[in-house]
Design a binder for this molecule. Structure first.
Ligand SMILES: Nc1ncnc2c1ncn2[C@@H]1O[C@H](COP(=O)(O)OP(=O)(O)O)[C@@H](O)[C@H]1O
Ligand SMILES: [Mg+2]
Length: 259
């Protein structure tokens, strides 16, 4: 996980809140290789969302630094797009308008919006739903809209904060499969936060296990399965069972302690 093909790097990063009384994460070192997926798993409150917000340039670390292409992140970059757990859609905007929102913020001319989002609308199966409002859609379709909004920006890095966490189990598996297909077509660097060990193994090239708050890197696991894969390939492999047991063994203590 080093060398020239490193897209992002987190160096001894710490973030505190409330004048230092809450330490979200501490002394984190992580590397995100280009065109690969790093999944981050860890108990609630260990600073995962805070870390992702720092990586997106929405917050700054209290100590240490975060690098994108070797440069310190100080503000949001056009190369980076984020997908949120609770979809982050505007209820008063249609699928089309929500999907175009990032393009609007980026100053892309309105005349180009439709052509920019159309391939992604099709890719995630939202064709025909463009004029519906979020309340008319299932959770899965709402998050597909969130994905289209991010992908239409043509980001180099996708930051995903438990994007499928609010979905039912079957919808979640469908979206994991869709995401693997999308990554097959468009090379992206992805940081994917999840509570689910299953999801981390299905999607990740590497998995960083973070300890309970203050979050520290407990272990970095090389998943060691081909990047080009289906969810079934992964779940049916002996490596899947082995990793699942291994990661749960580590997290179990944390979960028990947290409870
Ligand atoms: N803006 C904030 N102000 C104060 N405390 C915060 C803020 N954001 C997060 N925290 C605290 O930081 C810790 C980590 O939060 P978070 O990053 O959301 O964890 P996770 O996403 O892993 O569940 C929590 O204790 C949370 O209450
Ligand atoms: Mg969170």
């Amino acid at each position: 996980m080093s060398g020239n093909d490193e897209k992002m790097r987190i160096e001894r990063a710490t973030r505190t809140f409330s004048a230092g009384s809450v330490v979200a994460f501490q002394d984190l070192d992580l590397c995100v290789p280009a065109n690969q997926t790093l999944c981050i798993v860890g108990p609630s409150g260990c600073g995962k969302t805070t870390l992702l917000r720092c990586m997106a340039g929405l917050l700054t670390p209290t100590a240490g630094r975060i690098l994108l292409d070797g440069r310190v992140v100080t503000a949001p970059s056009p190369a980076v797009a984020m997908v949120f757990q609770h979809f982050g859609l505007f209820p008063w905007k249609t699928v089309h308008e929500n999907a175009c929102y990032g393009l609007k913020l980026k100053g892309i001319p309105r005349s180009e919006w439709k052509a920019r989002i159309a391939p992604y609308i099709e890719l995630v199966g939202l064709t025909g739903f463009e004029h519906m409002y979020p309340y008319q859609l299932s959770g899965g379709m709402q998050q597909r809209t969130g994905l289209v909004r991010a992908l239409a920006l043509h980001p180099e890095v996708l930051l995903m904060d438990e994007p499928f966490g609010a979905l039912d189990a079957q919808t979640r598996e469908l979206l994991q499969e869709e995401l693997l297909r999308i990554l097959e077509r468009e090379r992206k660097t992805m940081v994917f936060i999840t509570h689910s060990i299953d999801e981390a193994i299905v999607l990740g090239d590497h998995i960083a296990v973070i300890s309970a708050r203050p979050g520290r890197v407990q272990e970095i696991i090389d998943v060691g399965l081909p990047s080009s894969r289906t969810a079934d390939d992964v779940r049916l492999s002996p490596r899947y069972t082995e990793l699942r047991q291994h990661i749960w063994g580590g997290l179990r203590q944390q979960a028990v302690a947290a409870a």
